[in-house]
Design a protein around this ligand. Structure first.
Ligand code: FE
Length: 339
């Protein structure tokens, strides 16, 4: 009886492995366009993609509580800080993919998670209030200059994009200087932080502030009209500027992912990540999310590319340092009174 039972179990397990050609994806990206991308992967490889989507913190919590019994193979999220957090909690396993290592520049990957697309956190200005030449010379450090009193809008200190930006300032300028910078930016704020990145761009368009900080793809998203005519018109009234061109370059961040520690379909998970770095997938991503491509040979969508594709990116500050400095960054912003 026992033999029959284990033989049945063996056959069942075997069939399960042989026929369940799938990959289970946990993702905090919630774009309809991503679904089409997964369909391309399935068409190419025959591997079915099962998607579980949710907010990064909720997915992280679920992955942790499921532990060894989790069916998750790949976890994808945005912001190197969020990826670093998942890594620190042991959610990812180390993989070794020559394809990923050769396609992704070293500062945008670790052994556990890999950048899939890039975004810059940049400054937007109202050309009626600030000249182009003044804007073009801006560094992040200038946002604390008293000459910009009542001029700056930026979202809350708890926002992960801000935590990563301030983390990179700590890495480059040290905690002391960055603490003073945070105090300076707080005293320059045109209003208490509120709203998302697009709300900051809207405020500058409306002349409520001269300068806003927001991610690069948001201006393109607004210009596309996908967020409605009001946001489209607002986006036409502001100009983006890539800070720190005269020194280390503009602060970069990523969307990315890794293979989950107990992935039941590890080989498919690696194939899936490698697919995301193909020319076909990169083109699909940049044309739908307006992020910058991770690989060379793919152009960003013109809605963002029109503002320049050859700006100097900060490639010296590893994005893996963001998570390490995020706690310090938040403490320092809170201490400065950054809401
Ligand atoms: Fe975003």
């Amino acid at each position: 009886m026992r033999i029959i039972l284990s033989a049945t179990l063996f056959i069942f397990t075997f069939l399960n492995v042989a026929y369940a050609n799938e990959v289970n994806l946990f993702t905090s990206r919630h774009y309809d366009s991503d679904v089409k991308l997964y369909q391309k992967f399935t068409a190419k490889t025959g591997i079915k993609v099962n998607v579980v989507s949710g907010k990064a913190k909720a997915l992280e919590k679920r992955l942790l509580s499921e532990g060894k019994s989790s069916k998750a193979d790949v976890y994808i999220t945005v912001d190197a800080g969020a990826l670093g957090s998942a890594k620190a909690k042991g959610i990812f396993q180390r993989i070794n993919s020559k394809t990923l290592n050769s396609k992704i520049p070293a500062n945008f990957r670790t052994a556990h998670w890999y950048g899939v697309a890039k975004r810059a956190r940049i400054i937007y200005y109202n050309p009626k209030l600030i000249s182009a030449s003044e804007a073009k010379s801006l560094n992040y450090e200038d946002l604390s200059n008293p000459k910009y009193k009542n001029s700056v809008v930026i979202r809350a200190s708890s926002n992960t994009y801000n935590k990563s930006l301030v983390a990179s300032l700590i890495a480059n300028n040290g905690s002391g200087k960055t603490g003073n910078w945070a105090k300076g930016i707080v005293s320059n704020m045109a209003r208490d932080p509120k709203g998302n990145d697009r709300a900051q761009i809207m405020a500058v368009a409306a002349g409520k502030a001269k300068l806003a900080v927001a991610n690069s793809y948001y201006i393109a998203l607004m210009l596309s009209g996908k967020k409605g005519p009001e946001q489209q018109a607002a986006a036409q009234k502001v100009k983006p500027v890539f800070p720190n061109q005269g020194n280390r370059g503009t602060h970069m961040n990523i969307s990315g992912g890794g293979v989950v520690k107990h992935a039941p379909n590890k080989a498919n998970a690696i194939k899936f990540l490698e697919f995301l770095l193909t020319k076909e997938a990169q083109q699909h991503i940049v044309n739908n999310t307006y992020e910058y491509p991770m690989i060379s040979g793919v152009k960003p969508n013109n809605l963002i590319g029109q503002f320049g594709t050859s700006f100097k990116q900060d490639t010296k500050t590893k994005v893996s340092t963001y998570y390490k400095n995020q706690k310090k960054a938040l403490a320092l912003m809170k201490k400065a009174g950054w809401k």
